[in-house]
Design a protein around this ligand. Structure first.
Ligand SMILES: Nc1ncnc2c1ncn2[C@@H]1O[C@H](COP(=O)(O)OP(=O)(O)OP(=O)(O)O)[C@@H](O)[C@H]1O
Ligand SMILES: N[C@@H](CCO)C(=O)O
Length: 322
C-alpha cells in the first residue's frame, strides 16, 4: 500500500482503545502498494496491519471484503483475519477515513517468482475459489466492462502522453474485447488482484494471500487470466510458457477447467490486461507527485494486450503441458 493519510500517535491510540489489542509500542507507514494507506503496528499483543481506506474503496463494500477474509481464514485459506472491535464491528474511523485492523501475516512476496511459485499460486487460487463458494454476500465487479469504460472516458484524451497512438490502439481493442466478452462461464467470488505482491511465501511454501479489496463476483477463469498476466511474463514482456503451464496445472489440480473456460482464456487475458492498463493509466495521469506511492507503468499492460491479441490458440498459454 501507500500512505495517503497521516495518522498521529494520539489519534491512533484513541482508535486502538476500541480494540483488545493491548498498548501501542510502535507504528510506521508502509510505502508499498497503491490503493489504501497502510501502517504496520506493534502492540503488547502482537503485530497488526492498520488500513485506512482511500479513493477506490467504498465504505459500503467493507463488510464484504472483511467478511470474506474472515470466512476464508475460517475455512483454512491463509489470509489476514480482521480484528473485531469491542463493540463487535470490524470497521472504525480514523483521520477521517474508514479504517480496519487485520492480523499480520509472516512471509515475503516474490520479486522473481519461479514456476514452483506459479504452481503454488494456481493451486491457492482454486482453493480460494472453492472456499469462497458459500460466502453469502455478493459484490459486483466495479472493474468489468462498464467500469473500464468510465476509466477510459477519463483517460482517453491524454493516453497519447504515455505513447503516441495509444488512444487509437486501445479504443479499437476495447471495442473488440467488449463485443466478445463472455457472460456464461462458471462464476463465483474472485480475488481480482492476485499479483505477486499480494502473495507471501515462507521457506518456499505459500504462506498467505492479502489485499482482498478488489474481490467480487465474476468469472472464475478471469481470475486465472489475471494471474497469467501478473505471474507468467518476464520483464521484457515475453510470456514464460513453463510458468504459465505450472500455474494452470496448479489450478487444475484442485478445479479442472471446463473446455469453454479454456477457450475463453485469450479473451479473458486481454480483458484483464486492459483492466490493469486502465487503472495504471488513470493513476499515472492523476496521482499527485507528493504522495508516498509508487506509480505503475501502464505500458507493461499495453504490451500484454498486444501479446494476447495475437494468440491463435489457448494452448499457447501452456494448458495441459505441465
Ligand atoms: N496482513 C498483512 N500481513 C503482513 N503484511 C501486510 C499485510 N497486509 C498488507 N501488508 C503489507 O502492506 C503492503 C501493501 O498491502 P496491500 O497489497 O494490501 O496494499 P494495496 O495498496 O492494496 O496494494 P496493491 O497495489 O497490491 O493493491 C504489502 O506488500 C505488505 O508489505
Ligand atoms: N496490482 C495492481 C495494482 C493494485 O490494483 C497493478 O499492478 O496494477
Amino acid at each position: 500500500m501507500a500512505v495517503y493519510t497521516d495518522v498521529s500517535e494520539g489519534e491512533l491510540s484513541a482508535f486502538l482503545a476500541q480494540y483488545e489489542v493491548g498498548r501501542l509500542h510502535s507504528y510506521k507507514g508502509i510505502a508499498e502498494g497503491t490503493e489504501n494507506s497502510n501502517y504496520l503496528l506493534h502492540t503488547s499483543t502482537g503485530s497488526y496491519i492498520l488500513t485506512l481506506y482511500e479513493r477506490r474503496v467504498e465504505r459500503a463494500d467493507l463488510p464484504f471484503f472483511l467478511g470474506l477474509m474472515e470466512h476464508l481464514a475460517r475455512k483454512g485459506v491463509s489470509c489476514p483475519l480482521p480484528v473485531h472491535r469491542r463493540d463487535g464491528s470490524m470497521i472504525g474511523d480514523l483521520a477521517g477515513r474508514p479504517a480496519a485492523l487485520i492480523t499480520f501475516l509472516e512471509g515475503m512476496w516474490m520479486r522473481r517468482p519461479t514456476a514452483q511459485h506459479c504452481r503454488a499460486v494456481g493451486k491457492a487460487l482454486a482453493e480460494l475459489h472453492r472456499a469462497a463458494a458459500d460466502f453469502p454476500l455478493r459484490r459486483a465487479n466495479a472493474l468489468s466492462p462498464d467500469g473500464w469504460r468510465k476509466l477510459w472516458d477519463i483517460t482517453r484524451a491524454r493516453a497519447d502522453e504515455v505513447e503516441p497512438g495509444l488512444a487509437r490502439e486501445v479504443e479499437a481493442d476495447f471495442a473488440d474485447i467488449v463485443r466478445k466478452w463472455p457472460t456464461d462461464l462458471p462464476a463465483g467470488i474472485i480475488h481480482a488482484d492476485l499479483f505477486p505482491d499480494n502473495v507471501f511465501f515462507l521457506g518456499g511454501e505459500l504462506s498467505g494471500i492479502i489485499d482482498f479489496y478488489f474481490a467480487c463476483n465474476d468469472l472464475l477463469a478471469y481470475d486465472i487470466a489475471t494471474c497469467l498476466n501478473a505471474w507468467c511474463f518476464e520483464k521484457d514482456v515475453s510470456y514464460n510458457l513453463t510458468k504459465g503451464s505450472a500455474l494452470l496445472a496448479g489450478y487444475q489440480s484442485v478445479r479442472p477447467l471446463e473446455q469453454r473456460e479454456i477457450e475463453a482464456l485469450p479473451l479473458l487475458a486481454r480483458g484483464s490486461a486492459l483492466r490493469f492498463m486502465l487503472t495504471r493509466l488513470h493513476d499515472w495521469l492523476t496521482v499527485s507527485e507528493g504522495a508516498l506511492v509508487e506509480k505503475r507503468d501502464p505500458m507493461e499492460y499495453v504490451r500484454r494486450m498486444r501479446f494476447h491479441r495475437q494468440i491463435a490458440s489457448p494452448a499457447e498459454y501452456g494448458i495441459g503441458l505441465a
